[in-house]
Design a protein around this ligand. Structure first.
Ligand code: ADP
Ligand code: F6P
Length: 469
């Protein structure tokens, strides 16, 4: 038996490695999930189990569990081969595209599955070791779908929750997955399976009937004499963190500087994403290019800024996307830029939270146009940053966030004319109407932040009593 009455299991640890003259050190990484869970972990001497993001080297001694902000962190090692087969392969070449409406063709390879199973076993072993008798284990996301059942087999005394951060596909798509029943059985090891949207929970329950012959009733299904509940818990952000950031004079000043550095245009259009083919970056570039071509907008009155964080760079679909996006940016700048004034400022970089907050404050129109997205936190971050009630959000109907941010300019990113029209309406929106929309969205976020999300999940799991957030 372990020592922690609360254990979080996620593919990544919530830390970044920093190399100092004194050797390797760890710094807590920014992120809503760790913000929400840190107080719960700290109050219970809880443990977070995850991968550091770096490949383990042969013969290297294991990283001993370490403590940050009263959380115990336990690293699960991944070899270079496992990173290739488990992370880049099954997680991000099979599951990621399949669960996102197959917007890129999912690839399946038998050796990837074996690595996925092996790595999931390793996470389950670590959780079984760390969790105290009768403790609570909360497993996160698509990388670890087999862990709930593996953990239950090792530790039937535990209360197990699982939350999927990405969409869950309908029967017709899920049925493609070569190891579909194992994945479903893996999830059914949990007492509570959480999704971003009610439709995803329904897809899951329908699949238990379709593939396993179970009989779901309401939001639950009985399996091996246990009740498993499936429901929606839309995730959110640390609203207070962003509000505090944008309240500082430094951020306001930086936002003004950014505007000036961009040539004081009338309109700044902004995109902030991981460079991922689900995010609809190509669609928004095409829409902007057509608006320039037909003279609806022009440089230097309007400029577009696209921040695209490098992501999963060894996966083929991501390499292909980078080539396409960079070619398109070059073409637009070649056709419509001027000396010293590009039409599109493309930044293939990761930014600090404060620089992102300043960008949000500077942007007149925020473009969030995914073809499919479990939630999309960037959309919520933009709204949280606009304490001045300025700015306009153009938001895809296919982002989970669109179910909550109804006052955004909602678009179907596949419909190019519709997208152009929404951009034009957002650019020209009357300031009073823009304020009204932003106020309504901010009101919603205030009561639906990431702490409320964690509280709601843990209440449904029946373990809220010890929450201290
Ligand atoms: P996903 O989980 O698919 O990456 P989300 O929009 O839900 O998409 O979350 C992305 C997170 O990454 C947000 O918190 C956002 O602020 C952060 N982020 C995105 N782009 C950058 C960047 N260039 N630099 C730093 N953080 C970024
Ligand atoms: O939101 C989905 C997700 O895969 C998270 O699990 C992860 O933290 C984020 O996107 C970034 O992806 P990665 O860990 O592959 O860099």
């Amino acid at each position: 038996m372990g020592r922690s009455s609360f254990v979080v299991v996620a593919n990544r640890l919530p830390v970044d490695q920093v190399n100092t003259p004194q050797g390797r050190q760890w710094r807590r990484s920014p992120g809503g999930l760790v913000t929400a869970l840190q107080p719960v972990l700290a109050a219970r001497r809880g443990t977070w189990i995850g991968w550091t993001g770096a490949a383990s080297k042969p013969g290297e001694p294991p990283i001993e569990p370490f403590e940050i902000e009263d959380m115990i962190l336990r690293a699960v090692p991944l070899s270079p081969e496992e990173i290739e087969l488990y992370y880049e392969g099954f997680c991000n070449s099979s599951l990621w595209p399949l669960y996102h409406d197959a917007v890129e063709t999912p690839v399946y390879q038998r050796s990837w599955w074996e690595a996925y199973r092996r790595v999931n076993e390793r996470f389950a072993d670590a959780a079984a070791e760390e969790a105290a008798e009768g403790g609570v284990v909360w497993v996160q996301d698509y990388q670890l779908q087999l862990v709930p059942a593996m953990l239950r087999a090792r530790r039937p005394d535990l209360r197990i929750g699982f939350f999927l951060h990405i969409p869950f596909p309908p029967i017709e798509l899920f049925a493609q997955l070569p190891r579909r029943t194992e994945v479903l059985r893996g999830l059914l090891g949990a007492d509570l399976v959480g999704f971003q949207q009610p439709l995803a929970a329904q897809n899951f329950l329908r699949l238990t009937r379709h593939l396993l012959g179970l009989r779901p009733r309401g939001d639950s299904v009985e399996v091996d004499g246990r009740q498993v509940t499936a429901s929606a818990f839309p995730i959110s952000i640390d609203v207070a963190e962003i509000e505090n950031l944008v309240a500082t004079p430094h951020i306001r000043q930086r936002a003004a500087e950014i505007r000036h550095e961009l040539g004081d245009p009338k309109t700044i259009l902004l995109g902030v994403d991981r460079l991922d083919y689900t995010k609809g970056i190509e669609q928004r570039l095409t829409a902007f290019q057509e608006l320039l071509a037909d003279g609806t907008v022009s440089v230097p009155d309007a400029v577009m800024v696209q921040v695209a964080t490098p992501s999963r760079e060894r996966v083929e679909h991501y390499q292909a996307l980078r080539v396409k996006v960079e070619r398109e940016v070059g073409r637009i700048n070649g056709d419509y830029g001027r000396v010293g004034v590009p039409a599109v400022h493309y930044l293939h970089q990761s930014y600090s939270r404060s620089e992102l907050a300043a960008l949000y404050c500077a942007a007149d129109v925020m473009m969030v146009t995914p073809l499919r997205d479990g939630m999309n936190l960037v959309a919520k971050e933009y709204v949280a940053a606009r304490a001045d009630l300025g700015g306009a959000l153009v938001l895809s109907e296919f982002a989970g966030a669109s179910a909550e941010l109804r006052q955004a300019f909602l678009v179907n990113p596949h419909d190019l004319d519709g997208l152009k029209d929404a951009l034009v309406r957002a650019i020209n929106v009357d300031p009073i109407e823009a304020n009204r929309r932003m106020r309504a969205m901010r009101r919603h976020l205030r009561t639906h932040d990431v702490r409320a999300w964690a509280r709601s999940f843990l209440t449904s799991l029946g373990v809220l009593d010890t929450m201290t957030t």
